[in-house]
Design a protein around this ligand. Structure first.
Ligand code: ATP
Ligand code: MG
Length: 456
């Protein structure tokens, strides 16, 4: 298999656009005599003159050899073993060239044809390229001579705006159904058009997504809704009937033309998209709270009709709805706790007077709950007066002091947490922990503070 090789002056991938840490890893591998290439989004996005989310590296060094070379390295993943070289919050992913499963031990395939282990090493660059998913994701930037190596016309496909599977699209989706979700993500993020066989393969084999562990689907769901292209991703997930595997309750509501759910989710995603563009942090707790709210609200209303007070009614609703979601995608406990807090604070925000209301302002979840209230207002619930009252309360000196108290308490809690809870990316923080909220709506609501594991 002869690749096209674009020399340094035939492409626009430049070292100045590659993170210092990624360059350090590339050079160290190269100096130790290993093949050392930037690959994936780091090359694809730079060719498109976009800002890569993270930098992935491919090498012929084995995971153990990589570990021996970097003291700040840990090996992760069972299905797909790879090395993480850790620089504080920045993590560079280094993958060993893969070979076909017939070439050695380390590969396994389930009954349906799904690859359950993909750890056959010893491949060449060409072997590695053919095992990647899309032509535009199999472009390699060689740190040795700064050329770009392209086996499957990925550069041309980028120019044509095409998203094309390497090899037979049906086989590639059977091997790893998550590639259907990846197709949607790249189409939404990069504005690429899926090839017809890609669409047909998704149609035929989307049901295989049911076999994917919830933890992996959680990672994919987050990448879709927190990519900064959440609205476009949702549109494509619906078009290709893939939403059911990530958010089944939401999918059912949207299929039933539930206008409230549609409006809530579009506003929530729109808010997240703008925040990602502004490099403000976003939190899974918030976006999951948004997706599940229509169901939680409906269930809570039933419990209230049975005579329960609003807060216990919401807790009972959360107890019913959260497990239904966890059967599809997991959600780390700390986020499900925060999500529940956002919900149960909604009725509490109806009370704007007295000491209790002041205590709300010093609650570390206040800002997220307030943002959620404003989102409900933007969605068409008549809550403008309530939102304005809380907005003014935050502006008073007393309000500012209480908010500051909540901020410093949250900061000291964070300091006591392990510094090794780094996320693999240079993208904005995705745990929302730096301000505990996610601002909503077009107008600034009186805030100025500036403000990403699992199986891979
Ligand atoms: P992003 O911008 O989201 O990081 P990416 O293309 O870099 O996009 P990653 O998930 O970081 O995606 O993976 C890096 C590369 O590894 C991909 O570009 C692709 O070549 C390969 N890869 C990742 N996941 C798969 C998969 N499920 N099947 C085949 N190849 C994959
Ligand atoms: Mg990447």
């Amino acid at each position: 298999m002869q690749p096209n090789i674009l020399s340094r002056d035939e492409h626009n991938v430049s070292r100045k656009d590659i993170s210092k840490n990624a360059l350090k890893v590339l050079y160290r591998l190269n100096e130790a005599g290993y093949a050392s290439y930037l690959v994936g989004g780091g090359v694809r996005d730079l060719l498109l003159q976009q800002h890569p989310k993270d930098f992935d590296i491919a090498t012929d060094a084995s995971p153990e050899e990589i570990k021996a070379l970097f003291k700040n390295c840990r090996l992760i993943g069972r299905r797909f073993r790879l090395a993480h070289v850790v620089f504080g919050r920045d993590i560079i992913e280094v993958a060993t060239f893969r070979a076909a499963h017939s070439e050695g031990e380390g590969g396994a395939t389930g009954d349906s044809g799904r690859i359950t282990r993909d750890n056959v090493y010893g491949g060449t660059l060409a072997d590695d390229a053919v095992r990647r998913d899309f032509t535009v994701n199999a472009l390699f930037y060689n740190i040795d001579d700064f050329s770009v190596v392209d086996f499957f016309d990925g550069v041309e496909h980028l120019e044509q705006g095409r998203l094309t599977f390497i090899g037979n699209a049906y086989d590639r989706v059977i091997e790893d159904p998550v590639r259907a979700l990846r197709a949607v993500r790249f189409a939404a993020k990069l504005g690429l058009r899926m090839d017809d066989d890609c669409v047909a393969a998704i149609n035929e084999h989307r049901h295989l997504l049911k076999e994917i562990p919830p933890a992996r689907l959680y990672e994919e769901a987050l990448k879709l809704v927190q990519s900064g292209h959440g609205i476009a991703s949702l549109e494509l997930l619906r078009e290709h009937d893939l939403l059911q595997y990530l958010f089944p309750l939401t999918d059912a509501r949207l299929k039933n033309h539930d206008e409230y759910a549609e409006s809530m989710i579009l506003h929530g995603l729109g808010n997240t998209d703008s925040r990602v563009k502004e490099e403000l942090p976003v939190t899974p707790a918030y976006i999951y709270a948004v997706f599940l709210w229509p169901d939680v609200k409906a269930a809570a209303q039933n419990h209230e009709a049975d005579g329960f007070d609003p807060v216990p009614a919401l807790h009972m609703a959360a107890d019913e709805i959260i497990p239904a979601q966890l059967a599809a995608t997991s959600l780390p406990k700390r986020f499900s706790i925060q999500m529940r807090e956002i919900w149960v604070m909604q009725p509490r925000l109806n009370n704007t007077r007295g000491a209790r209301a002041n205590r709300m302002l010093s609650n570390p979840r206040f800002r997220a709950a307030y943002d959620f209230l404003c989102l409900r207002n933007d969605t068409g619930e008549d809550l403008q007066k309530l939102c304005s009252t809380w907005e003014s309360k935050q502006q008073t000196p007393e309000g500012q002091a209480l908010l500051e108290e909540a901020r410093s308490r949250a900061a000291s809690r964070r300091r006591s947490r392990s510094p090794r809870t780094a996320s693999r990316s240079r993208a904005p923080s995705t745990d929302g922990s730096r301000d505990g909220g996610q601002a909503v709506g077009k107008k600034s609501r009186g805030r100025s503070g500036k403000r990403g594991a699992g199986e891979s």
